[in-house]
Design a protein around this ligand. Structure first.
Ligand code: ADE
Length: 240
């Protein structure tokens, strides 16, 4: 996968994306990340990228020209790749979730446009295939949001997680929170691992896990249950 990022603060990306699993994906050539400072494309004398909003109001807006030209350069440099998604980070966008991470993970090329200051000249939005928010709060810029989305996307790419089985069972990919898990010892300071996990009966273990995932989701995130269709067997487990 190729990921391009347009940002006024390229240094923000130099640390976090080169550590741990995403860093290894880059080392293993499963991922290539390129950060472009769109200030480099500003054509005015002082390389300004923002200006006052027409009609007045507080704050500054990112101007269209530097971002249009930076994106054109990025697209020119990636002509050999299938046309991917252009994602504008904006608190007014669609809330990011696991489903969106899964859809991003199917693309060969993603471009993230990170805003700063008060917002974007609305015409910049015409460049985007997606306007996405990390959540209902306002960050100082889109950079941290982009990093979160990149992290959640990259770990879904084939070959990135050491244990291929660990992504499909994640919280959210099943639509439910993850069931409780335990490692050794079986008794830690009087807190015991549930007996069912010790007996090696894989059918019983699978049932127990499904039931615990359902219970946990019901107690902690009942909103998630509205988004999935429970099976008859789920109702039977819950009635038990
Ligand atoms: N920029 C500022 N706040 C943001 C948010 N919540 N999500 C995405 N980009 C942002």
């Amino acid at each position: 996968m190729k990921i391009d990022i347009l940002s006024l603060f390229p240094d923000m990306f130099s640390g976090p994306l080169h550590q741990s699993i995403v860093g290894k994906a880059i080392d293993d050539k499963l991922l290539d990340i390129q950060v472009t400072n769109f200030r480099d494309y500003a054509t005015n004398k002082h390389r300004n990228v923002d200006d006052y909003p027409y009609g007045g109001g507080a704050g500054m807006l990112l101007q269209a020209q530097p971002i249009f030209d930076a994106l054109a350069a990025v697209e020119h440099a990636n002509q050999d790749l299938p046309k991917g998604r252009v994602i504008i980070l904006d608190p007014g966008g669609k809330p990011f979730d696991q489903k969106m991470a899964e859809s991003f993970a199917h693309e060969a090329h993603l471009t993230f446009i990170c805003g700063h200051y008060e917002g974007y000249d609305e015409r910049i939005k015409t460049l985007a295939t997606d306007e996405v928010s990390l959540g209902d709060y306002v960050l100082t810029g889109g950079e941290l949001a982009a990093m979160v989305m990149i992290d959640a996307t990259v770990r879904l790419l084939p070959g990135v997680l050491g244990n291929e089985a660990s992504a499909p069972g994640d919280s959210f990919s099943t639509g439910l929170l993850e069931y409780p898990q335990y490692s050794r010892p079986a008794d830690f300071r009087g807190m015991k691992v549930p007996e069912v996990l010790l007996n090696g009966n894989h059918q019983l273990i699978a049932q127990w896990r499904r039931k615990e995932a359902l219970k946990r989701t019901y107690l902690k995130r009942p909103d998630l249950l509205k988004k999935i269709k429970l099976e008859k067997s789920d109702w039977e487990l819950l009635a038990d």
